[in-house]
Design a protein around this ligand. Structure first.
Ligand code: RP5
Length: 164
């Protein structure tokens, strides 16, 4: 029987997907189900309210939220749910993602957003962190995560030319 996804990946625009798919890719590799949806804090505010207020009842345990520029999405989502929200600053054209990073990281005390790195690395790590949170209550997933990390370690050779 299919279980409902416990991880929601939301992003401000379809243009964020090339970044946010790195979160999805790592969850696929760990066999963790997720929903991926475009929700813009600016362009679709009602969709944001509906999702955020209903996320816990919908069965989600973690939200990964990616946005670029004036990146209100993770913070506004976190304001409306007590689920852990992991924010991914998407690299913007104008300011290379520094605007996104500061918008997401500088939350006033009281409403936390766990902010990751700008871009691909941040999205990948958000996926890994979301999986690690779920793994606290899922021993099989914890084992898959351990194996994923061990394989990563094994893939790192000692020769900088890459021959061994
Ligand atoms: C933000 O504005 C989105 O998260 C995206 O990173 C940025 C640009 O969006 P588009 O103009 O490409 O749709 O809301």
């Amino acid at each position: 029987m299919m279980t409902a996804p416990k991880i929601a990946i939301i992003m401000g625009s379809t243009s964020d997907w090339p970044t946010m798919q790195h979160a999805a890719d790592v969850l696929d590799a760990l066999d963790v189900a997720y929903d991926a949806t475009v929700i813009s804090a600016h362009r679709t505010p009602d969709r944001l309210v509906e999702f955020s207020k209903g996320a816990e009842a919908a069965g989600f345990h973690v939200v990964i939220a990616g946005a670029g520029g004036a990146a209100h999405l993770p913070g506004m989502c976190a304001a409306m749910t007590q689920l852990p929200v992991l924010g991914v600053p998407v690299e913007s054209a104008a300011l290379s993602g520094m605007d996104s990073l500061l918008s997401i990281a500088q939350m006033p005390g009281g409403i936390p957003v766990g902010t990751l790195a700008i871009g691909k690395a941040g999205a990948k790590n958000a996926g890994l962190m979301a999986a690690a949170i779920l793994a606290l209550n899922d021993p099989d997933l914890a084992e898959r995560l351990r194996a994923w990390r061990a394989a990563q370690t094994d893939s790192v050779g000692t020769d900088p030319r890459g021959t061994k």
